[in-house]
Design a protein around this ligand. Structure first.
Ligand code: ADE
Length: 256
C-alpha cells in the first residue's frame, strides 16, 4: 500500500485504560487520523468480562507476587476484535473486522519479549491491521498468546530493558514509530530513510550525525564549517564520519 489514498492502517487497542490513549488524538498522529492515514480504535477490555465486578485479574498459579490478567476476557476480546475465532470462522458474520483478507498481527508488549526495533516499525507499517494488547499487573496468562498464535501472527515485544507499570506507554511508543512511516504522515518523504537505525546502502545502521540550524555561531559555538560550504558530497562524507563517531561513542553494539 502506498500513497495517502490507500486504505488506512487499522489499529485496534484493547485495554483496561481506554482514556490513556487520548494522547493519540494530538500532534501529527491526531492529524494523520483526521486525514484518514490511520484508523485507531480503542476498546475497553472490561466489556468482555461477565461478573459484576468486571474482574480481569487473578493470582498466579505456583505463587509469586502480584496479579496476572485472566485469559477469558482477553480471549473473547481478541476473538471479536481480531476475528477468526474457531467457532466464528464458519457461518456467523463478524463485523467489517473479520472481512479482512488476512488476520491482523497481534502485538503484546511485555518486558519479557524480544526487543521492538525500527525494522519492526517498517514491516508493521505495511500491514493492513494491527491489534495491540497492553497488560497491567504482572502480565497476561501465557495461554492467551499461545491460543492467538494458532490463528494470527503474535509478537511479544519489549520497548527497552526497563520495566514499566503497564504496556500502555509501550503501545503509544510503537504506534508512533509505525504511524510516522505511513506515506503522507510527514511532509518530507525522505526523512524516514535517512535517520538513526535505518540501514544505509551498505547495510550499516548508524545513529544520526549531530544537526544544526541558524545562527551559524551561538554562545561561542560554531556550526562545523563543511555544513556551510554548499558542497553536498563533502557534507555527506562529514555526516557519515560523524555518525560513525557518535555510534562508536553511544552504541558500539550497532557497529558489530
Ligand atoms: N510492559 C512493562 N514494561 C515493558 C517494556 N519494557 N516493554 C514493553 N512492555 C512493557
Amino acid at each position: 500500500m502506498t500513497g495517502a489514498d490507500a486504505a488506512p492502517l487499522r489499529i485496534d487497542v484493547i485495554t483496561i485504560f481506554p482514556a490513556y490513549f487520548s494522547v493519540l488524538e494530538v500532534s501529527l498522529l491526531g492529524k494523520a487520523r483526521e486525514r484518514g492515514l490511520v484508523d485507531v480504535r480503542v476498546h475497553d477490555l472490561r466489556n468482555w468480562t461477565e461478573d459484576v465486578h468486571r474482574t480481569v485479574d487473578d493470582s498466579p498459579y505456583g505463587g509469586g507476587p502480584g496479579m496476572l490478567m485472566r485469559p477469558e476476557p482477553w480471549g473473547k476480546a481478541i476473538d471479536e476484535v481480531a476475528g477468526g475465532a474457531p467457532q466464528e470462522a464458519e457461518g456467523r458474520a463478524l463485523d467489517d473486522v473479520a472481512g479482512a483478507s488476512s488476520p491482523p498481527r497481534l502485538v503484546i508488549p511485555t518486558p519479557s519479549g524480544r526487543l521492538f526495533t525500527q525494522q519492526d516499525a517498517v514491516a508493521w507499517a505495511q500491514d493492513e491491521r494491527l491489534v495491540f494488547a497492553p497488560a497491567r499487573y504482572e502480565g497476561i496468562d501465557a495461554r492467551v498468546a499461545a491460543d492467538a498464535s494458532r490463528r494470527m501472527p503474535v509478537e511479544e515485544v519489549s520497548i527497552g530493558d526497563y520495566v514499566l507499570a503497564g504496556g500502555e506507554a509501550a503501545v503509544v511508543v510503537m504506534i508512533e514509530a509505525i504511524a510516522r512511516l505511513l506515506p503522507g504522515f510527514m511532509g518530507n518523504a525522505e526523512s524516514p530513510v535517512t535517520e538513526s537505525f535505518t540501514p544505509d546502502a551498505g547495510g550499516a545502521a548508524l545513529l544520526e550525525a549531530p544537526a544544526y540550524t541558524r545562527p551559524a555561531s551561538w554562545r561561542g559555538l560554531d556550526v562545523p564549517e563543511v555544513l556551510l560550504s554548499g558542497d553536498h558530497a563533502a557534507v555527506a562524507r562529514w555526516r557519515e564520519e560523524a555518525a560513525r563517531r557518535r555510534t562508536a561513542q553511544y552504541r558500539p553494539d550497532l557497529l558489530d
